[in-house]
Design a protein around this ligand. Structure first.
Ligand SMILES: Cc1ncc(CO)c(N)n1
Length: 228
């Protein structure tokens, strides 16, 4: 298929990423990720992130289910449902993986207390589950949420990275090529929806993208401990 870029037509999501490059880089090249990549990460930070992310991922399940429902109702392309269903299936594996990884590091998932940034982010996800939020807005959020992790962890696996051996599996989880292709599929869905959306919906989706990036930065910040 001919790509929009090849015809010199601007793709909305690419325009946004250029426009908001600073905050995007803040989310995908956070000091926590750079510390993993550089091999200097403090394992207690990693464990803190692991416990908090498990809580987030559990809240991500109903969010994804709401996106699936919206795709089924609002999308003209039935393959969207297949892509999102694949994401839900992967989340099922991911939850099992968190339990295994947590036991490996001695993190008791049941007693992890969600920190404020996590609760705020989960509440934001919940607000996006409302039926007042269009499929276009919800799928834009979904794409950005996944893309930040994909870009962050793929960076830890690039040539020249010094990621500790025991953290490579975590980085592979989101940094592998299959996950990269899945993010590309989500991005094209978002673009296709945005192309035909009203200016009002496009503006709301851009605001959602910015909010997601801010929540992601705050989420990585929790790994330092400090602010609760
Ligand atoms: C905070 C956060 N953002 C994105 C993802 C990707 O699924 C995740 N697991 N956690």
């Amino acid at each position: 298929m001919e790509r929009k870029e090849d015809r010199g037509v601007a793709v909305i999501t690419d325009t946004w990423l250029r426009k908001h490059r600073l905050i995007y880089t803040g989310a995908t090249r956070h000091p926590f990720i750079l510390a993993i990549r550089g091999g200097s990460v403090d394992i207690s930070c990693f464990k803190r992130w692991l416990g908090q992310d498990y809580i987030f991922v559990r809240a991500f399940v109903p969010f994804l289910a709401s996106v699936l429902l919206k795709a089924w109702k609002e999308s003209d392309d039935s393959s969207d449902v297949d892509v999102i269903l694949g994401g839900l299936a992967a989340l099922n594996d991911e939850i099992a993986w968190f339990k295994k990884e947590a036991s490996k590091w001695g993190v008791a998932l049941d007693s992890v207390v969600p920190q404020k940034s996590n609760l705020d982010y989960c509440r934001f996800l919940e607000s996006l589950m409302s039926s007042d939020v269009s499929y276009t807005e919800a799928v834009t959020a979904f794409w950005v949420i996944e893309a930040v992790y994909q870009e962050s962890f793929a960076h830890c696996l690039e040539d020249g990275s010094k990621t500790p051996e025991e953290l490579k599996e975590t980085c592979q989880r989101w940094g592998n090529d299959g996950f990269g292709q899945y993010c590309c599929a989500l991005k094209s869905i978002a673009n296709r929806q945005l192309e035909k959306a009203s200016d009002d919906v496009v503006a709301k989706a851009e605001a959602i993208l910015l909010s997601v990036l801010e929540y992601e930065v705050d989420f990585w910040n929790m790994s330092h401990g400090g602010a609760v």
